[in-house]
Design a binder for this molecule. Structure first.
Ligand code: ZN
Length: 68
């Protein structure tokens, strides 16, 4: 355990969201940008498919809906 462990999930970085719930929009954008800029296009598509209901054709996102 370190001082940065999340008090809810005990992971570093937090994977349950608790550590980020009080982040402002710009802080969330900065965090997501830091993660996403490490992704290849294929990883980005895989992430979107896992988190969102999203369809891609060869080169384009054709539909995005947030999963419940
Ligand atoms: Zn957590």
């Amino acid at each position: 355990m370190s001082l940065s462990d999340c008090v809810k999930c005990w992971e570093t970085p937090c994977v349950c969201g608790h550590e980020y719930k009080n982040y402002g929009t710009s802080d969330k954008i900065e965090l997501l940008r830091a993660i996403l800029k490490t992704c290849s296009d294929q990883e980005f598509q895989e992430i979107c498919k896992e988190i969102l209901s999203v369809d891609f054709d060869e080169d384009h996102v054709i539909e995005i809906q947030y999963k419940e």
